[in-house]
Design a protein around this ligand. Structure first.
Ligand code: GLN
Length: 454
C-alpha cells in the first residue's frame, strides 16, 4: 500500500532518495508469516518505516544527501536500523535530507529538494525534510530522523507531523554518520504522539557500541503517551519560555501556540512564564560548536575510504585527488561550515570562539536547570514561521539558520523535545508546531504533555 503511494506521489514530493521495494515486500511477507504463526515481535511488527539517509543500512545506499557518498553501500546497519529489523518493521527506503544534515529546508541535498506535501512550492523543513514529507504525504506511517539542531522537530512543525528528539544518549548513535557528535540524536517522525512513543520504545535504550549511550532502564514511553491521552494535566507545571516568542515570530504561529497553552490551563496544568536569558546566544554558540565538530568529522571523506573519487588529469598526488574529490563532492553549505569550523578551531582563535561557545553552552544548561527547578516542562512554538517558499532563504544562510532558534537550546543541553502539530496558522493556512521540552532522562514527560495536546 505504501509502496503504491510512493509510486504515485514521490515524483512530486521527492521524499525518498532510494526505495527498497523488494526488501520491503520481503520483510512484510516475513512479518505476515510470523503473524500467521502467532509469533509477532511486538506492536510494530509489519508496520513499514522510512529511514533518513544519514543512518547506515546494510546493503542499501547511504549518501547523507551528498555526492561524496554517492554509490556507498554500508556493510553494516546502524543500531537504530538493526533494532527496527529485529522488531519486524519493513524498511521502505532512505529519505532525502540536506547534505550531511546541514540545513533547515532540504534544499541543500545534492539530489534536489524535497517538497512540502501541504504546498509543493514550499519547503518541508530540514535537514530531515524527506522523513517528515514521507510521513505527511502518507508515503510511510513512520520514519526515523536525526536532530542536531532541530532537524526532526522543525520539519515536524512545518509538515504537521510529530517529531521527537530524545535525551542525548537515549538512542544509539552507532551507524549515524556524525554531523556533530555532541549534538546528534536520532528519533521518531510520525503522525501521532502514541506512534512516536511506540517507535521510541523500539529504537531506544543502551547500546554497547555507543560510548555516549546511557545505561539505565527507561520507562515505557507508550505508557506515558497513553496517560497523556486522557487529557488530564492536573499537577503538571508548564513554563512558557519568554525568549522564544516576540519580534520576528509569525503572528499566526504564536496565535495557535497561545491557544494551546490555554488548553493546557483548561486541562488543569499550572502555567507560568519562565525566562532563559542565555537562549538568545544559543544560535551563535551552535554555529561555532557545530562547524567545529563537523569539520573534523568530514575530514574522513578523503577519496580513499568511501564513495566518490575524482582523479585529476596528469600525474596527481594523493593530495590532488583529495582536493578534487572534496571540491566536487561537497556542496556550498558543507564547504562553508568546514571553513567556519576549521577557523574556529585554529590555534590562537580557539579561546575566542570555540572556548566561548562552550561557556555559553554551559550557561544554557544552567538556564534549563533553573527552569526545571520551577516547572516540569518548557514549551514554545517549534519554529518561528510556517513553511517558506523554495528558494526564499537559499542565498541567505543567516535567515536559514534562524529557523532553529527554538530548537537548538535542547541540543546544546542534551534535553529531550517533541514537536506536535498545532493547527494551521491563520494567515497562510499552513501547519505550525508546539514544542515541549523536558529535563534530560524525562522523555516520558514530552510524550505525556504531547499526547494531551493531540
Ligand atoms: N538546521 C540546523 C543546521 O543546519 C539543524 C541541523 C540538524 O539538526 N541536523 O545545522
Amino acid at each position: 500500500l505504501h509502496l503504491d503511494r510512493i509510486a504515485e506521489v514521490d515524483g512530486a514530493v521527492h521524499a525518498f532518495l532510494h526505495v527498497d521495494r523488494d526488501g520491503a515486500l520481503l520483510q512484510a511477507a516475513e512479518s505476515d508469516a510470523r503473524r500467521g504463526r502467532g509469533e509477532e515481535r511486538g506492536p510494530l511488527d509489519g508496520v513499514p518505516i522510512a529511514v533518513k539517509d544519514v543512518l547506515a543500512t546494510r546493503g542499501l545506499p547511504t549518501t547523507c544527501g551528498s555526492r561524496i557518498l554517492e554509490g556507498w553501500v554500508p556493510p553494516y546497519d546502524a543500531t537504530v536500523v538493526q533494532r527496527l529489523r529485529v522488531a519486524g518493521l519493513p524498511i521502505l527506503g532512505k529519505t532525502n535530507m540536506d547534505e550531511f544534515a546541514m540545513g533547515s529546508s532540504t534544499e541543500h541535498s545534492a539530489y534536489g529538494p524535497t517538497r512540502n506535501p501541504w504546498d509543493l512550492d514550499r519547503i518541508p523543513g530540514g535537514s530531515g525534510g524527506g522523513s517528515a514529507a514521507a510521513v505527511a504525504a502518507f508515503e510511510a506511517p513512520l520514519a526515523i530522523g536525526t536532530d542536531t539542531g532541530g532537524s526532526i522537530r522543525q520539519p515536524g512543525a512545518v509538515t504537521g507531523t510529530v517529531g521527537v528528539k530524545p535525551t542525548y544518549g537515549g538512542v544509539s548513535r552507532y551507524g549515524l554518520v556524525a554531523l556533530a557528535n555532541s549534538l546528534d540524536q536520532a528519533g521518531p517522525v510520525t503522525r501521532t504522539v502514541l506512534d512516536a512513543a511506540m517507535l521510541h520504545d523500539v529504537i531506544g535504550g543502551h547500546d554497547l557500541r555507543d560510548s555516549t549511550s546511557i545505561k539505565q532502564e527507561w520507562p515505557s514511553f507508550t505508557e506515558a503517551a497513553r496517560t497523556g491521552a486522557s487529557g488530564d494535566m492536573t499537577g503538571v507545571r508548564v513554563g512558557v519560555v519568554t525568549e522564544l516568542a516576540g519580534d520576528g515570530w509569525q503572528r499566526g504561529v504564536v496565535g495557535r501556540f497561545d491557544e494551546s497553552v490555554e488548553l493546557l490551563v483548561k486541562a488543569g496544568a499550572e502555567v507560568v512564564e519562565v525566562s532563559c536569558p542565555s537562549f538568545v546566544h544559543a544560535l551563535a554558540a551552535y554555529y561555532l560548536i557545530l562547524p567545529a565538530e563537523a569539520s573534523s568529522n568530514l575530514a574522513k571523506f578523503d577519496a580513499m575510504r568511501f564513495g566518490l573519487r575524482v582523479t585529476p588529469d596528469g600525474d596527481p598526488s594523493a593530495e590532488d585527488v583529495m582536493r578534487a574529490t572534496r571540491d566536487a563532492g561537497f556542496g556550498d553549505e558543507v564547504k562553508r561550515r568546514i571553513i567556519l569550523g576549521t577557523y574556529a578551531l585554529s590555534s590562537g582563535y580557539y579561546d575566542a570562539y570555540y572556548g566561548q561557545a562552550q561557556k555559553i553552552r554551559t550557561l544554557i544548561s544552567r538556564d534549563f536547570d533553573a527552569a526545571f527547578a520551577q516547572v516540569d516542562v518548557l514549551v514554545s512554538p517549534t519554529a518561528p514561521t510556517t513553511a517558506f517558499r523554495l528558494g526564499e532563504k537559499l542565498d541567505d544562510p543567516m535567515a536559514m539558520y534562524l529557523n532553529d532558534l527554538a530548537t537548538i537550546p535542547a541540543n546544546l543541553a542534551g534535553v529531550p523535545g517533541i514537536s506536535v502539530p498545532n493547527g494551521l496558522a491563520e494567515e497562510d493556512g499552513l501547519p505550525s508546531g508546539f514544542q515541549v521540552l523536558a529535563p534530560a532522562l524525562a522523555d516520558d514527560r514530552v510524550y505525556r504533555v504531547g499526547a494531551a495536546l493531540e
